[in-house]
Ligand binder design. Structure first.
Ligand code: CTP
Length: 435
């Protein structure tokens, strides 16, 4: 955080993508009355957080979608989506340094919740102050005017003292009913607190605990819950998940998930080893998910399916969790298990599963054993094929496959170093009616 006083102009300058979008709009002669920079770009600018790759959120008093089209025209971009509630997304290319940026343009609005957890009823034609009042936390409810005043300054609207909360280092929701209106905010608050390293305001924390205890989570769809959980897991997740555990949320999802927080603190170690490197996001979050859901055992797959995770995610998570189970079950004894036994117990295992298993164990010999297994299963190819087995006198049928399987296991254990050894063993097996 930077303790210099911030003017609106400073904040825009500190948000390079936003500054470029607004400069382009001005250069094209777009009227920017009633257009506000809001959300994460403002928050990150105040906190002087590196904001590479950050998208830009604009709130427009009046006709947001029409403004989005004008903006796309002005910047040579494209409106790639129009959503409900007067919002649209513009994709613009801001050049070599800033790259492709999404500009989310939303018409200012008020929201009321007909039932807890339901999607809100929206009324457009709101002031920026009213729009900020519908938002989740004070530090996300700061707006900076896109249009400079006569003296060149940009007005900051901060009705909930988000700037003060950044100074005081607090994540705070705007009102007591916030979590009941939208229980996904319970997860969002934990995520922002973990990401930004800002503690949660005690009152907000109590409201979160109360909302969870009152069953607020049951009022949202599994799709929305999955999306929020995924967002948590895509960042260094330990701190956020620890909060969610403390507020009783994991217990409500499934009491066994809390086991993830006992030794060996695997998620924390995944965060430490893998950081929150954007390049790894698509893979590391699946490792965190595996660590989280591992204690569900045989119910894992069904649980993931119920939340709506897609098949490829479930397959990865299962592979990781199976290997983790094996590592925890066998402990240091795993260093003595032969490749062939590992193969029989585990089958094919994905590379990332070995990475997460290596994070889960401290034992160098176990890590070396797993690594040897990984390279062995990758590298092992038999020279002999089905035709060779039949040429050795075995009639076509299941026994051909069984013999190849036996040879493969022996090769995994290094017992068949060359083709001659394979053929000799094949001849022996073909003769021996037992195989
Ligand atoms: N918002 C909200 N309640 C939600 C979702 C979003 O109030 N359940 C508001 C917040 O004010 C947020 C803005 O919508 O700042 C944009 O949401 P999003 O893009 O999810 O967050 P960012 O603020 O851009 O933050 P980040 O992308 O860094 O998570």
């Amino acid at each position: 955080m930077n303790d210099e006083p911030r003017t609106g102009r400073d904040l825009i300058e500190r948000a390079p993508a936003a500054a470029a979008v607004l400069a382009g709009a001005r250069a094209a002669g777009l009227a920017l009355d009633g257009v506000w920079l809001v959300g994460g770009a403002v928050r990150d600018a105040v906190m002087a957080r590196a904001a590479a790759g950050r998208d830009v959120d604009l709130a427009v008093e009046g006709a947001g979608v029409a403004f989005a089209h004008l903006l796309a025209g002005a910047l040579g971009g494209e409106v790639i989506a129009e959503h409900l509630f007067g919002t649209a997304t513009v994709l613009v290319d801001l050049g070599a340094e800033l790259g492709l940026v999404h500009v989310d343009v939303a018409t200012t609005r008020t929201e009321t919740y007909a039932a807890p957890g339901a999607l809100p009823t929206v009324t457009l034609d709101a002031t920026i102050e009213q729009d900020l009042a519908r938002r989740d936390i004070s530090i996300n409810a700061i707006a900076v005017s896109a249009k400079p005043d006569a003296d060149g300054s940009h007005r900051i609207v901060d009705p909930f003292d988000g700037l003060g909360d950044i100074e005081r280092r607090l994540v705070r929701v705007l009102h007591p009913g916030s979590f009941v209106d939208d229980p996904t905010r319970i997860v969002r608050v934990a995520r922002y607190s973990g990401r930004l390293g800002l503690p949660v305001d005690p009152e907000t924390r109590q409201w979160a605990v109360d909302a969870v205890a009152a069953g607020a989570l049951q009022t949202i769809s599994s799709d929305r819950m999955r999306a929020e959980l995924e967002l948590v897991l895509r960042e260094a997740a330990w701190d956020s998940l620890t909060l969610l555990a403390a507020w009783g949320m994991l217990d409500q999802l499934d009491p066994r998930l809390e086991e993830s927080f006992r030794l060996p603190f695997l998620i924390m170690r995944i965060d430490e080893v893998c950081g929150d490197d954007a390049q790894l996001h698509d893979r590391v979050w699946r490792m965190r998910l595996a660590a989280l859901v591992r204690p569900l055992g045989a119910d894992r797959e069904g649980w993931l399916r119920w939340l709506g995770f897609p098949g490829d995610v479930i397959a990865d998570v299962e592979s990781h969790a199976r290997l983790l189970d094996y590592v925890f079950e066998h402990g240091v004894a795993l260093a003595q298990v032969a490749n062939s036994d590992l193969y029989l117990d585990l089958g094919e295992v994905e590379d990332d599963s070995f990475a997460v298993a290596a994070i889960a164990t401290d034992d160098e010999q176990v890590v070396a054993r797993l690594d040897a297994y990984r390279t062995a299963i990758r590298g092992t190819r038999l020279t002999v094929r089905g035709e060779d087995v039949m040429a050795a006198g075995v009639p076509a049928g299941p026994r051909v496959g069984r013999i190849l399987g036996t040879l493969f296991l022996q090769a995994l254990d290094g017992e068949l170093p060359d083709e001659a050894a394979e053929r000799a063993e094949l001849a022996r097996l073909a003769e021996d009616g037992a195989a």
